[in-house]
Ligand binder design. Structure first.
Ligand code: PHB
Length: 364
């Protein structure tokens, strides 16, 4: 049991955060030219700065890491200039913000990649389903298995991105090792069939992640670096033969890193099933644990009171309610989220969700 609740402050590394409500990373596909954050992106994050911590939408570490149209990058100076305005706006409002580092791997399409190159993965296994391209949905292609020297190149891209994130003024970075993107493709044995030092044993499947952590920690203090994992999310054709055992091992290794936090999307984005004992994973981790996936006010309060997590990451509730902290605190009803405007488009469904105060003024 814990005497904390969603509105209790907490120290993460050197950051004093005001509450335990994290804005979960959410892809919104609204970056500007050159995959750089633009005006409406600045306003979107500014509006949500009362979250204890914002984790940005996933941001590719290189042009080769792209998997969707309109997602922001974190690898060149123009992108840094855009992100600097985002971090400044959030800091002016008293908020804190981490950037999520992303490389999509096989969840991409030649149409989205430089010189129409074939997407890469640990193994040449084609995911089910379709990629979102600028010309609509297209079937995923069989990815090319990475050569060892190419893995080293991608690790260097993570280091560059970590430097760019620092220059952008972020409070930290989250390594996206979840949801079927490249790092997760290495971690889980359904997508990693390698027979070299990057496949087979738990240690080998974690090698790429460990190398990414190594280079990110050359740039950032460990307690400004979080990590996101998804032991059993089947999204993006993912599977694993023994998530409880495999992720217990990964977490035991992460314990040696003294990171800012471990962020877990519990269960499956595609169904309500939960076959992993998350309390056991949480208890195996020595540091701060952020729980995510379908939490609301009641479940979030309960999870913190039970000691099941230290913080709760809310996705759609923050998307539709910039003042979610105020609303939860005052037990006010929430705006309804409009699914049609989640991905891509303009300001509509992005920065026009009213705060409770604005809503009251409009109806007075
Ligand atoms: C998505 O664009 O659907 C998406 C991106 C990143 C995630 C999960 C989903 O981690």
């Amino acid at each position: 049991m814990s005497t904390s609740n969603l509105f209790t402050s907490l120290k993460i590394g050197d950051l004093n955060i005001n509450n335990r409500m994290v804005m979960a990373p959410m892809t919104r596909n609204r970056a500007g030219d050159g995959n750089s954050p633009q005006g409406m992106n600045i306003e979107y994050y500014r509006q949500r700065a009362s979250a204890g911590l914002i984790i940005t939408e996933a941001s590719q570490v290189s042009a080769e890491g792209v998997g969707y149209p309109g997602t922001p990058g974190i690898y060149d100076e123009k992108q840094v200039a855009g992100w600097q305005k985002v971090t400044q706006a959030v800091h002016e409002e008293g908020g804190h913000i981490y950037l999520q580092l992303w490389f999509c791997g096989r969840i991409s399409h030649p149409d989205l990649l430089p010189e129409n190159q074939t997407p890469v993965a640990p193994s040449a296994l084609k995911p089910e389903g379709e990629a979102i391209t600028l010309d609509g949905m297209k079937a995923f292609v069989e990815p090319r298995a990475l050569e060892i020297n190419e893995i080293e190149t991608i690790v260097r891209q993570y280091k560059n991105a970590a430097e760019m994130a620092k220059k952008s003024g972020f409070d930290g970075v989250e390594i996206h090792a979840a949801n079927g993107y490249l790092i997760d493709q290495f971690l889980r044995d359904g997508s990693n069939k390698r027979t070299d030092s990057y496949g087979g044993s738990d240690e080998n499947r974690m090698r790429f992640l460990n190398q990414v952590i190594d280079v990110v920690l050359e740039v950032w203090d460990s307690r400004s670096v979080g990590i996101r994992l998804t032991p059993e999310n089947s999204f993006n054709s993912m599977s694993d033969s023994d998530p409880q055992a495999h992720f217990s091992y990964f977490i035991s290794r992460l314990n040696t890193r003294d990171l800012a936090y471990l962020h877990i999307l519990e269960g499956d984005m595609m169904s309500a099933a939960r076959n992993v004992d998350y309390r056991a994973l949480r208890d195996a981790y020595y540091g701060i644990y952020i729980a995510n996936n379908g939490y609301d006010y009641e479940r979030g309060q309960q999870a913190i009171a039970n000691g099941d997590c230290d913080l709760v990451a809310f996705g759609i509730p923050f998307l539709a309610n910039p003042d979610l902290v105020y609303r939860y605190k005052n037990k006010l009803p929430l705006n309804e989220a409009n699914q049609a405007t989640f991905y891509g488009g303009n300001e509509t469904g992005y920065i026009d969700y009213p705060t409770a105060v604005e809503k009251t003024a409009a109806t007075a």
